[in-house]
Design a protein. Structure first.
Length: 365
């Protein structure tokens, strides 16, 4: 890493491009010089689908930035908010017969696993590789056990891959902008590492992110990114259920979620509470009980969390006692009164934290 030299990062998502220009000092602390976000075009589900549209926006913004700071960029790091990454956890081993672990032993395990993964995923390309666990003679060690004697070495790794054609299209756009892609990272990884840096005592946790039309879960173990899974549903399905089952329009449901304390079922006199007439805005009023709304919301949230975390068989080996689970809503304004509905699906052994949508965002120093 070159110190005190401008570095360029571009985050690519369906909604916007974020351009970050920063410098690292001798303590490797970043100093943000520019943070600019503009509406993206030519991007669907985080991947380039119209190279010309994306190129024009990125190229024009690059010229503005370079003229402003009087510097020409040759390299760029890309942050992808893309939900079709494939995550593969795999372990490899080597017999040592009592000798010391050498760098060549580590390389042997790594190269064999990498070859195996790529041969069995012909249409995918590797973008991330993380060491997640090291074992020597069935005993876990915290770091690479180079120099230690043992009979059997085992190493667990996590590979993250993306469709090769998606990466080719991304390279096409950046090359047209005279930029060489130096590194590609996933947005969920960036958000997780930011939390690790902020809360250094929390090295093992799940991040659940719920957006309007999609959701994801990531798992970090000993500060290493070891699992990610995406789902094609989000907070919108909660609103859709209320619309359908209560015969309400979308705008009315949004007003209810923004203003109503839905975890309150009954008043002091044990009388059923009903939606206020003001929500209907001149439309035909219908007597809809708060408890009925709660039943609809609880059922859908329960189903969502069962799929994402509670009954997700892919996470069985990741779960521990006193597990930290971070939940982040990209639709904060609509979900702010529903936190208790999510909490009710977890047990007392799990530590639930709600992150607002400004957490893990880029800020100027």
């Amino acid at each position: 890493m070159q110190l005190n030299k401008p570095k360029l990062i571009i985050e690519i998502s369906e909604k916007k491009f974020i351009f970050l220009v920063l410098k690292f000092n001798h303590e490797l602390n970043p100093n943000f010089l520019e943070i600019i976000d503009i509406k993206s075009e030519g991007v669907t589900n985080g991947k380039i689908t119209d190279a010309n549209k994306s190129y024009e926006i990125i190229y024009n913004q690059m010229k503005i930035i370079e003229d402003k700071i009087n510097f020409t960029f040759k390299d760029v790091s890309i942050v992808l908010d893309q939900n079709n990454a494939k995550c593969i956890n795999i372990s490899g081993s080597k017999k040592l017969y009592g000798r010391q672990v050498q760098k060549d032993d580590i390389s042997f395990v790594l190269n064999n696993l990498k070859k195996l993964i790529l041969e069995n995923n012909k249409n995918l390309s590797l973008i991330h590789l993380f060491n997640s666990k090291f074992n020597l003679d069935n005993t876990e060690v915290k770091t690479l056990p180079i120099g230690l004697h043992g009979n059997f070495y085992n190493q667990q790794l996590t590979f993250f891959l993306l469709p090769t054609n998606d990466l080719k299209n991304l390279n096409l756009v950046m090359n047209k902008c005279n930029l060489n892609i130096e590194k590609i990272v996933l947005k969920n990884f960036v958000e997780g590492t930011e939390l690790i840096n902020r809360y250094k005592e929390n090295k093992n946790f799940f991040n659940i992110k719920i957006e309007k039309d999609k959701s994801s879960i990531s798992f970090f173990s000993n500060s290493s990114y070891v699992y990610n899974e995406s789902f094609n549903f989000g907070s919108k399905i909660i609103l859709n259920d209320i619309c359908k089952l209560c015969s309400l329009d979308y705008e009315t449901v949004e007003k209810i979620l923004l203003n109503e304390k839905l975890d309150k079922f009954q008043d002091e006199n044990k009388k059923e509470l009903f939606l206020n007439k003001s929500y209907f805005n001149g439309n035909l009023y219908r007597k809809i009980s708060i408890s009925h709304l709660n039943e609809i919301i609880s059922a859908r949230i329960n189903e969502m969390l069962n799929i994402i975390y509670i009954k997700n068989i892919n996470l069985v080996s990741c779960k521990q006692s006193n597990q930290i689970i971070n939940i982040k809503f990209l639709e904060d304004r609509l979900m702010k009164n529903l936190h208790s509905f999510f909490e009710n699906n977890f047990n007392n052994q799990e530590n639930i934290n709600f992150l607002n949508s400004t957490n893990n965002s880029y800020t100027l120093d």
